[in-house]
Ligand binder design. Sequence first.
Ligand code: SF4
Length: 415
Amino acid sequence: MSLTWSTPAKIRTQAEDRALRTPALSCTPASALNDIRSGVRISREAALTLIRCSDADLAELLAAARAAKERFKPGVITYSRKVFIPLTNLCRDYCGYCTFRRNSGDPGAHTMSPDEVLAVARAGEKLGCTEALFSLGDKPELLFPEMRDTLRHLGYKSTLHYLEAMCELVLRETNLLPHPNPGLLSAEWIARLAAVSPSMGLMLETTNESLLAPGAAHDNAPDKVPAKRLRTIEDAGKQRVPFTTGLLIGIGESREDRVDTLLALRDMNDRYGHIQEVIVQNFRVKPAIPMAHWPEPSHGEMLRTVAVARLLLPEVNIQAPPNLSAPYYEELLDAGINDWGGISPLTPDYINPEKPWPHLEQLRLRTEARGCTLSQRLPVYPEFLPALISKPGLLSEKLRATADDHGMARLVRAA
Ligand code: SF4
């Protein structure tokens, strides 16, 4: 499978073009928010003004974002009850913030067997989970001969062939719905995985190409070229595959880069309508990573980014992982999120293992204290379900069995 990527310079040009096409707002935070309240679509200039706002203006920004959330999904915050399946932690990339990846032969390097995958999925099913989140390194077999041997032993040509088979296994044998996050995908692989999973994901992270430079976060991470990631997101859009993506803040990008990343996702959603969810994830420092001494983004940076994401994408689900902002959950609600993401009663967050997921009862109480009910969704959001259910096949059957009348999770428990 060969892919041709658009040139990195294209991203900047598109952002500039967009700014030129958008009517300028008189840009103080107050005037930008007034225009938004009266229905003007937020421009790049207004978004930049808001993401740079002072502490004195922050409360008004958050109030506007929370109001936008309530117009979109009033009175409810969702989450997905999931198990985390780290199919392989071998990865050919070396992201400076990653604690998940291993080289072949490293302590903890592991590729799960089909029996291990099924055991985790069945244990999650007993606990009422409805999502099997497959997280894995990107194309490890291109770097590690040992991974090629493992795949040959398992009977698969590539990690993606193995992932496809494991998604199909979980779909067939359990009531869990797979949600794969395998890294870059070709159009062909998007189609193959979409046959065995209702949704999939790839974090855009940032449109800032300079993070690929020596010593930066994406130095030696060939799969983190923004244009390549945008290509995967666009190919999913052309196939109308419900897609989860997002940005990672605090890895060396600027506030302007965050706005441009959100605008790139808004452009995608304008064209294809397939972005089901945008995650705003904050970098958390960990020992033994190349960025161990990197400063974390402040709560203020996180809240401004979440709020601007909500205002730029008023009809897209906005998520922020609660475990990465503990104990300040309520502030994320105030900034306009409508989803807590995947929460597991069984498996740790293998990407941020030092940050445990909150207890679901605690999350429910704190969500209710902010005036919303907590509701369990499927890995695919309800607004995307009808198109999937209308197609014949195993995936459709499983969705019908797992969704309730509102497209949320029917609480199916194994005997
Ligand atoms: S963040 Fe993903 S792509 Fe980067 S090193 Fe970790 S597993 Fe690999």
